[in-house]
Design a protein around this ligand. Structure first.
Ligand code: THU
Length: 139
């Protein structure tokens, strides 16, 4: 699978991050089953706990647009001064992993953590969130 466009979308979304407190800018791009790509960035708040991560921003935007089937998400994050090449891979926080779990099949959905379009690592969500709790447990 070629994730170039998805990673470029995450890097582009990162430019729209609002992170005046941490100075840590994150962009995420989720690939929908119909081929659409929906992006999000982290949005911080003076009341720190009101901050939303880039991944949840993308997922909530997608679900709000009526999308419920997802194939992969790309994430790119790094300190403000970093531009197109991140110095590290930005792994999703635990809350974002759980939010992904709500909408995807963990054994097939891919999480791509990227430093650039040609430098990334890919995982199944089930590797990052093993033995997870999800909607099936309540049915
Ligand atoms: N952040 C994300 O956007 N995604 C994550 O998975 C981890 C953390 C953001 C939240 C906050 O704005 C900044 O990174 C520092 O925690």
């Amino acid at each position: 699978m070629d994730y170039t466009e998805l990673i470029r979308s995450a890097l582009d979304a990162r430019k729209r991050s609002y992170a005046p407190y941490s100075q840590y800018n994150v962009g995420a791009a989720i690939l929908c089953a119909d081929g659409d790509i929906i992006t999000g960035s982290n949005i911080e708040n003076a009341s720190y706990s009101a901050t939303v991560c880039a991944e949840r921003s993308a997922i909530f935007t997608a679900v709000s647009a009526g999308k419920h089937d997802f194939t992969a998400i790309a994430i790119a994050g790094g300190r403000k001064e970093e531009s197109d090449k991140m110095s590290d891979y930005a792994y999703p926080c635990g809350i974002c992993r759980q939010v992904m779990r709500e909408f995807v099949s963990p054994g097939t959905f891919k999480v791509i953590v990227a430093r650039s379009p040609d430098d990334y690592r890919e995982y199944y969500l089930s590797e990052l969130l093993p033995d997870s709790f999800g909607p099936d447990n309540l049915s």
